[in-house]
Structure formats: structure tokens, C-alpha cells
Design a protein around this ligand. Structure first.
Ligand code: NAG
Ligand code: NAG
Ligand code: NAG
Length: 709
């Protein structure tokens, strides 16, 4: 019976979601066609070079920096310098830096685990040539070290300083930092328990414990742009005045020449402003992807007709306890700046709603703009910005809506990295995106903008790591199509240039991969970066128009694919397309990769039909099971009271991360209990249940209090 309920709820929300996304309204233009990928490669089919550090403990790897030849990697007690081409370690520049015994023991006494009480290197910057500063968690006592490079390529220690406010305590904390104009800007937490979030550049910081400035943020990126540093993060939304809590994505900024306020407030920002990021599917009730997980750096390029733009790509998802929806939204830096010039949000008193603040009441000079000397600002301005750091408008997504949406029970997007403005043979340019997920996949995506909107085409979906491995970072290498994938415990160099793995002109053109073109002379799908003459290359990234293949010389018919005429410089062992999963060649040592084409679930049309059928099936099952229960228990089936997949009903979330969508085993009891009790609406019941639960596991009681404040 409980399984039936679970099924019923699953179906109910799935259908809600589909309706929200206008699926039934307009199947052809809806988002679902995005769900296909031109190539699907499983783990065995993707070759890579691995770097695992020490394999017996968690490493919490992070790529700190890279150049054309090396990547600099932070790990557990060690800083590594690897060759970007083959991951060979440059042993001479390895830095080993474990915590002292005193720090380690103190950390254990404070109740942390052996794994916590290590020094995870998180930050690296170069204050000047030949100098290096690295910072680590140092057994929950952040510390930085200065180094000087000596003539032999080794580093000598040059002093230490405290890393509080710069480096997180916990290696898993979502922090970010950026070094700009000889200053380090960091966004992290500044206390042992993680309750004191901070955006810091010595000596200025955000207000301490001020929920209006930062409210349980997870920082994802920081970038310098113009006179400002911009921070991207998600946090609990203070302006959301209904019951429960909700997380919004934000962009915040501080002025680089901010020197703090007058008198005692010289260690506080006078320019900290923030705004919401809007990533939603438009409609009467827009469907929001509210939780930003990562952003790319700023990408400069041309999109459509309107000149050059500076864009930031972001991955945004639905909350953890909802169905796994992920989206890629793009933000134009001009739009962000415009929002920061718009009206401020204002809350008259603690319980009133946040409303736009009248423009003529805003003090002069406008708070949040860079000024000559912030210490000379009138007291009034400094106080105004403290209580009005939030802007009224949300930053719209650049193309009006997400460029890619995926709904999946298996994964969510984690990171996105952009290979900007890759040129095609007909001199068009497109951004290629590499999108990582929390289940070991990387999607290779091309963004194809046209006059009003943009469409992302998924070129390939690659299982580069075992399922369940969350991808934390993706970095580009100088070689096209080759990327570095970072997870907690390993780093991989993966080749996602897969041109050679399709064998006909139509398939090659259909890939829409800017890296690939059909060479009509050699009769092979080749990597554009390796060809010397583009005369015979057929490519159509914008439309994937296969009819272009018929323009080739008569000998190059795309039906003749029997002979595997792979170019001679190709060290791939790959014979043909028709390999089944079992006889995949062994390619563990071959970085060139050996992917095999797999069609997923037929043509898009068939896919639609299957999905429509599945949805209708789900509807029927949902309806029947609802009907069955209503008969059985003679109480109205709580359709209208059921927890909507909607943001203004968050009562269910009071119990922390307990599933509000798919009841877990221990929770299902309560649901059944709800049905048996004669008539009180499910919603209210759940609130009570939530309270009970929270009092029971006293740890989360605090969370509730905070929510109500
Ligand atoms: C990493 O190694 C390369 C090659 O040996 C060297 O040029 C570079 O300076 C090293 N970088 C650091 C930060 O040690
Ligand atoms: C950091 O972000 C990841 C991905 O969203 C999340 O799973 C994790 O819980 C966050 N870390 C912390 C310490 O909140
Ligand atoms: C977000 O964008 C959508 C679609 O453009 C719009 O309908 C909605 O009102 C916006 N939401 C906010 C909070 O600005």
C-alpha cells in the first residue's frame, strides 16, 4: 500500500511538472526534445588519464589554477603541479604541508573526525612573480603560507598568516575566491561552526550575522568585471515572506575601491549590493530553477545580431527534495548592471512585505556605486545600504528562458564550463559547454543562438565516471575537446572530441559539433583543428542539415560506410559503428578515446509518443490509486491539499530535507496516518508531523526557529 502511495505521489508531481513546463500545451516547441543526445557513451567507451593522489583517504581535490602547460591542484596535505597534457607530476614543485600535531589534536578534541583534521589546500594566488601564497583548512584552523620560488624550482617557506575569512574550515564548504588587482577577495565562512558567512577583502567584510546581507549562502563563483567584483551564490531568501523557507540564486557585488565607511565602520563594505537571478520557464505561473550550482567565467562573444556581449552561463536546479530538474541559464553582464541601477527593495518593519523603495527617497550619491573615497560618504548613505542591500528586480535570463532543461530522476547538473566562440568552417562562432552532473556524466552542448532566442543541442552525453560520483569542476585544456574533470577523489583528463566515431557524412553533420566536419575527400568525420585545408569540409552546426552531404563529389556517397576508412594518422583501434556493448575494445590506455554511437530511443518523434504515453499512463495510475483510496477510507482525496510542486507551499519543508515529494520509508507511515484521520487537510497535518519530528531529533529544532525569524 505504501508503495502505491509513493507511486501515486511520484506520478502526481511528475504530471504537475510537465503541465508547468507547458508540455501538453505545445509538444513540438516544448523543452522535451532537448532530452535527446546525439551520442551516448558509457564508461567503458571513454578513455581517460586518471590522477588519484592517495587512494586510501578522501582528497577533496580542487584545481586552483592552470596555464598552458600545468594544472595546480589542491589536495589533502599536498599541493600538486601536473602536466596538462599527461598528468605527469612535476615533483620538484610539490608542496607537502600537513597540519602540526597540535592543530590536529585540538581539532580531534573539538569533535571532528580524522579526515576533517587534515590540511586541505583550497586557495592559491601569486602576489608577485616568483611568490606564491597557499591556504588550507589546517584541521579547522585556516592558515596561509607564503612561499618564494628558488633557483632550482623548489619553494621556500616565507612566513605564515591566519586564513580566517579567506579559507573555509570545512573542505566541503562552498566557498569562492578571486585574486584581482593584487587583492584577494574571498566568500566563505569565518567560524568553526560555519554560521558566520563572509565576503571579505582585508580589512572590509560583510556585516556579521546579518541575515539581510548573507543568509546561509553557498557560494559558487566570483569574477572581476569593470570596477566591481561579482559573486554568484544561493541563499535562503529573506524577502520570501510566506511560511517556510525558500532558496534563491543571487548575484552580489562590491566595489574594488571600497575603503569602508566613515569612523568605526571602516571594516565594513559600503558598496555591497545583491539581486536575485531569474531562471525560469515563462508562463502564467513561471516555473523556477532557483538553486544555482555553478557559473562559468565571463564569456565575451557575439550572439545573434546585436554586437558583442559579456555573458555568464550558470547551472541552476530545483531544490534537493523536489524532482531533479536542472537548467542552464545565461546572464548578460549588462542586464546585471541594469538591475543594480534599479530600485531597492524595502521592508518597513519586521513583518511587512518587501516592496520597491521610492526612487526620490534614495540618498545621493547613489548607494552601491563606486565613489572616490568611501570613507567620506555621509553616514546616511552607509546606513541606507546596510538595510537596503537587495535590489527589487531579478536579473532576467539572457535568452528569456533556460537554454537547456533536463528532468531526471538520476542526476542534476553540477558545473558548467564554456569553450567560448569556437569557429566553424563557414566562420560562424558558437559556445561549446561542458556540463557536469552529480552522477558522473558530462554533457557536451553547443549553444545555437538566433535572432530572439537560443537553443542548446546536446552533442554527446558521456559517462566519464562511475554513477554516484559528483563532478565538482571541469576545466578546459589547450587541446580542443579535451577537458579536466575533477571529483572529490580523482581528477581525469578526458577526450570528448569524438568525430572519428561516426562514419557517415549525414551522421557527422547531424552531430552539430563545431569541432567536427565531414572531409569529403578522405570520407571521414574529422576534427576541424587537425585539418590543413577546409575546402572539402562539410559542416552545418546551426541546422545540422544533412542535405549538404549531397553536394559532395559523386564518389562520396554517405551510404558507403562499409569500409572503415579511418585516416591513417588515427591511432584508434576502432573498426566500425556496429559494435555492441560487450565487444567494446579496451581503450584504457588510449586518450584519443573510443566512443561508439548509440541511438537513444529512436527518433525524437517516437520519443515524444513514448513520453506522452507514459504520462497518460501515469495520470491514469494516479487517478485510479487516488480513487481507490478515497473509496477505501471514505475521506476526500486531498488533491487540492496535496503539497503542490509550487513555491508558495513550503510547509512540508519545515522538517529540513525530509522528502516532501517522495516519502521515505520512515515517513510513509505518517502519510498513511494522514489518510486514515477523517478530514483535516494534509497540508496542516504535515506541519504538525514536521514539528513533532523536529522536536524528536532535537538537532533540527533550531532550524525551525531560524525559519520563523
Ligand atoms: C609547475 O611546473 C611547471 C613546469 O615544471 C613550471 O613551469 C611551473 O612554474 C610550476 N608551477 C608552480 C606553481 O609550481
Ligand atoms: C555544497 O554544494 C553541494 C552541491 O549543491 C551540496 O551538495 C553541499 O551540501 C554543499 N556543501 C555544504 C557544506 O553545504
Ligand atoms: C522571471 O522571468 C519570467 C519569464 O521571463 C517572468 O515571467 C517572471 O515574472 C520573472 N520573475 C521575477 C521574480 O522577476
Amino acid at each position: 500500500m505504501t508503495t502505491l502511495w509513493k507511486l501515486y505521489y511520484d506520478c502526481y508531481f511528475f504530471v504537475q511538472l510537465l503541465i508547468r513546463l507547458n508540455f501538453f500545451a505545445n509538444v513540438c516547441q516544448a523543452w522535451l526534445p532537448d532530452n535527446g543526445s546525439k551520442l551516448v557513451n558509457n564508461l567503458k567507451q571513454i578513455s581517460s588519464i586518471r590522477f588519484t593522489g592517495n587512494s586510501s583517504y578522501p582528497d577533496h581535490f580542487v584545481v586552483l589554477n592552470q596555464d598552458d602547460h600545468s594544472i595546480l591542484l589542491g589536495g589533502r596535505n599536498i599541493f600538486y603541479n601536473l602536466s596538462i597534457y599527461d598528468f605527469n607530476e612535476r615533483i620538484e614543485s610539490r608542496i607537502e604541508w600537513p597540519s602540526t600535531k597540535k592543530h590536529h589534536d585540538l581539532c580531534l578534541i573539538k569533535g571532528k573526525t580524522e579526515d576533517d583534521c587534515q590540511n586541505y589546500i583550497r586557495i592559491l594566488y601569486r602576489p608577485s612573480p616568483g611568490k606564491l601564497v597557499i591556504c588550507g583548512t589546517n584541521s579547522y584552523k585556516p592558515l596561509c603560507r607564503k612561499y618564494t620560488e628558488n633557483l632550482t624550482g623548489y619553494y621556500d617557506i616565507d612566513g605564515e598568516f591566519e586564513g580566517i575569512g579567506i579559507c573555509p574550515y570545512n573542505p566541503e564548504h562552498n566557498s569562492t575566491n578571486v585574486f584581482s588587482d593584487n587583492q584577494l577577495y574571498s566568500a566563505t565562512v569565518a567560524d568553526f561552526s560555519g554560521g558566520d558567512p563572509i565576503i571579505y577583502r582585508e580589512p572590509q567584510r560583510t556585516e556579521q550575522f546579518d541575515l539581510k546581507q548573507l543568509n546561509a549562502p553557498n557560494f559558487v563563483n566570483s569574477v572581476p568585471y569593470g570596477k566591481y567584483i561579482y559573486f554568484f551564490y544561493r541563499e535562503t531568501a529573506v524577502e520570501y515572506m510566506n511560511c517556510g523557507k525558500i532558496i534563491y540564486s543571487r548575484v552580489a557585488r562590491v566595489c574594488k575601491n571600497d575603503r569602508g565607511g566613515p569612523h568605526q565602520s571602516d571594516n565594513r563594505w559600503t558598496s555591497f549590493l545583491k539581486a536575485r537571478l531569474n531562471c525560469s520557464v515563462p508562463g502564467e505561473y513561471p516555473f523556477y530553477f532557483d538553486e544555482i550550482q555553478s557559473t562559468s567565467d565571463i564569456v565575451n562573444g557575439t550572439y545573434g545580431t546585436s554586437g558583442r556581449k559579456n555573458l555568464v552561463y550558470g547551472t541552476l536546479t530545483t531544490p534537493n527534495n523536489a524532482i531533479g530538474g536542472s537548467a542552464i541559464c545565461v546572464y548578460n553582464m549588462d542586464d546585471i548592471i541594469k538591475v543594480f541601477q534599479g530600485s531597492f527593495k524595502h521592508q518597513a518593519n519586521l513583518n511587512s512585505n518587501w516592496l520597491p523603495y521610492s526612487e526620490n527617497l534614495v540618498p545621493e550619491p547613489r548607494p552601491g556605486e563606486c565613489t572616490e573615497d568611501s570613507r567620506a560618504l555621509p553616514e546616511r548613505n552607509v546606513n541606507f545600504i546596510k538595510t537596503h542591500s537587495l535590489l527589487e528586480e531579478a536579473v532576467p535570463a539572457y535568452f528569456g528562458k533556460p537554454i537547456l532543461i533536463r528532468v531526471s530522476l538520476q542526476y542534476r547538473f553540477t558545473v558548467v564550463t564554456v569553450d567560448p566562440q569556437v569557429q566553424t568552417t563557414d566562420n560562424e562562432v558558437f559556445d561549446i559547454l561542458y556540463v557536469g552532473t552529480d552522477d558522473g556524466r558530462v554533457l557536451k552542448v553547443v549553444n545555437i543562438p538566433n535572432a530572439e532566442t537560443a537553443k542548446a543541442v546536446v552533442i554527446s552525453e558521456n559517462n566519464v565516471l562511475p554513477h554516484g560520483t559528483s563532478i565538482k569542476q571541469i576545466r578546459l585544456t589547450p587541446e580542443s575537446g579535451r577537458i579536466i574533470v575533477v571529483t572529490r577523489d580523482e581528477v581525469r583528463l578526458v577526450n570528448l572530441s569524438q568525430c572519428k566515431h561516426v562514419n557517415s557524412c549525414s551522421e557527422c553533420v547531424d552531430l552539430q559539433d563545431p569541432h567536427c566536419g565531414w572531409d569529403a575527400k578522405q570520407k571521414a568525420c574529422v576534427s576541424i583543428s587537425t585539418v590543413t585545408s577546409r575546402r572539402y569540409i562539410i559542416q552545418d552546426v546551426r541546422r545540422g542539415d544533412k542535405s549538404k552531404c549531397s553536394w559532395t563529389p559523386p564518389t562520396a556517397s554517405d551510404k558507403e560506410i562499409e569500409t572503415p576508412s579511418i585516416p591513417n594518422n588515427d591511432k584508434d583501434l576502432y573498426p566500425s559503428v556496429s559494435l555492441s556493448d560487450e565487444d567494446v575494445p579496451d581503450c584504457t590506455n588510449d586518450i584519443e578515446g573510443c566512443a561508439i554511437k548509440q541511438k537513444i530511443a529512436g527518433e525524437p518523434r517516437t520519443l515524444h509518443l513514448i513520453i506522452v504515453a507514459a504520462c497518460i499512463g501515469a495520470l491514469i495510475v494516479g487517478f485510479l490509486s487516488g480513487f481507490f483510496f478515497s473509496r477505501r477510507f471514505r475521506s476526500p482525496v486531498p488533491y487540492h491539499d496535496a503539497p503542490f510542486f509550487e513555491q508558495h507551499n513550503h510547509l512540508e519543508r519545515l522538517n529540513g530535507n525530509q522528502a516532501f515529494l517522495t516519502p521515505r520509508p520512515n515517513k510513509t507511515v505518517n502519510l498513511v496516518h494522514n489518510v486514515r484521520s477523517p478530514s483535516p487537510p494534509l497540508k496542516k497535518d504535515n506541519l504538525d508531523v514536521g514539528k513533532d519530528l523536529n522536536i524528536a531529533n532535537d538537532g533540527t529544532l533550531q532550524k525551525i526557529k531560524k525559519t520563523y525569524i
